[in-house]
Design a protein around this ligand. Structure first.
Ligand code: FES
Length: 56
């Protein structure tokens, strides 16, 4: 499922990036471009980030 339509970033891509060590929205933005255009995906991407970090 796409989380960020502007940059065509899926939840899977976000989870993979977190598994490789990203632990902040800034790192997700720098690595994948999430939230770098309209910003509508930031809430959902942030929720995925928090869920994944809790699992680690
Ligand atoms: Fe992610 Fe627009 S949907 S920046």
């Amino acid at each position: 499922m796409y989380v960020c339509l502007c940059k065509a970033v899926s939840d899977k891509a976000i989870k993979q990036h977190i598994a490789k060590g990203a632990c902040t929205m800034r790192e997700l933005k720098a690595g994948l471009g999430v939230g770098s255009q309209c910003g509508k995906c930031v809430c959902q991407a942030s929720a995925i980030l928090h869920n994944e970090l809790v699992k680690q």
